[in-house]
Design a protein around this ligand. Structure first.
Ligand code: 5RP
Length: 261
């Protein structure tokens, strides 16, 4: 078995630490992406081996499939109505725990699910931490009808926004436009630096054709930051606390073998 890269170890320990926050009986929002996939595997193991009783609301068809595969009971958001906790990855997070999400194209369901939760916990390797959001291209979900007009409107609006770049691109997948679970397209906004994320998030969502943007402002409560050497740091924005610990793990663990397949 090939050894896990430091970045994968960092994602794994963040996911494992966050999984420990989940308690019996919880309705849990399950994020999308490679870090969230580690979380779903960890929770699946806790369900199968420790008898943890949870119901999961996935944020994408990919996550739904994985959750069922590992033995988590999957329910829809409409069945759950409200969630105890959502755990998800992020493409960037800043000191205020504002986020850029949507690198995996699931930002719409992710934002709906996170907003419908008592708590949102972000799991991320330390490389996702930034001083100012915007180096990662900001995903914006747009409806296919008139997407080029929407793109032009966004570019024009960006002229008056506090950003460093204004280039936008339609996300592609194998030579054709990427289609989200909701049947929409994604425009990636190459802004380099977002001076006022709150304002930009509001302005983007005012535009006809825009369904949702990947800025998560005041949604995340805690971030679990993983390091390649097994250290984790838990920051709680509401309590103002920072806790550090080291997680021991063996790459020979069954969970790891599963994940490496
Ligand atoms: C998917 C997301 C992901 O959480 C984000 O892209 C991070 O992914 P990864 O954990 O693979 O780095 O927002 O829409």
């Amino acid at each position: 078995m090939a050894e896990l890269s430091p970045i994968d170890k960092a994602k794994f320990v963040a996911a494992k630490r966050a999984a420990e926050m989940v308690e019996d009986g919880m309705r849990v929002g399950l994020g999308t992406g490679s870090t969230a996939a580690w979380l779903v595997r960890c929770l699946g193991e806790m369900v199968r081996e420790d008898g943890l009783k949870i119901r999961g609301v996935p944020t994408s068809t990919r996550t739904a499939e994985l959750a069922r595969d590992v033995g988590i009971e999957v329910i829809s958001l409409d069945e759950a109505r409200w969630l105890d906790m959502t755990i998800d990855g992020a493409d960037e997070f800043d000191d205020e725990l504002n986020l850029i999400k949507g690198g995996g194209g699931a930002l719409l369901q992710e934002k709906i699910v996170a907003t419908a939760s008592d708590q949102m916990v972000v799991i991320a390797d330390v490389g996702k931490q930034v001083e100012t959001l915007g180096a990662f291209p900001l995903p914006v979900e747009v409806i296919p009808f008139g997407w080029q007009t929407t793109k032009a409107l966004i570019e024009e609006t960006l002229i008056s926004m506090d950003v460093l770049g204004r280039q936008t691109s339609l996300r592609m997948n194998g030579g054709v436009p990427y289609i989200t679970d909701e049947g929409n397209h994604i425009l990636d906004l190459h802004l380099n630096r977002i001076g006022n994320a709150r304002q930009l998030a509001l302005v983007l969502n005012q535009m006809p054709g825009v369904v949702e943007n990947g800025l998560f402002i005041d949604i995340c409560d805690r971030v679990v930051i993983g390091y390649g050497d097994g250290r984790v740091e838990v920051r709680d924005i509401n309590e103002g606390t920072v806790e550090q610990e080291r997680l021991d793990f063996l790459e020979e663990d069954n969970l790891f073998s599963d994940l490496m397949e």
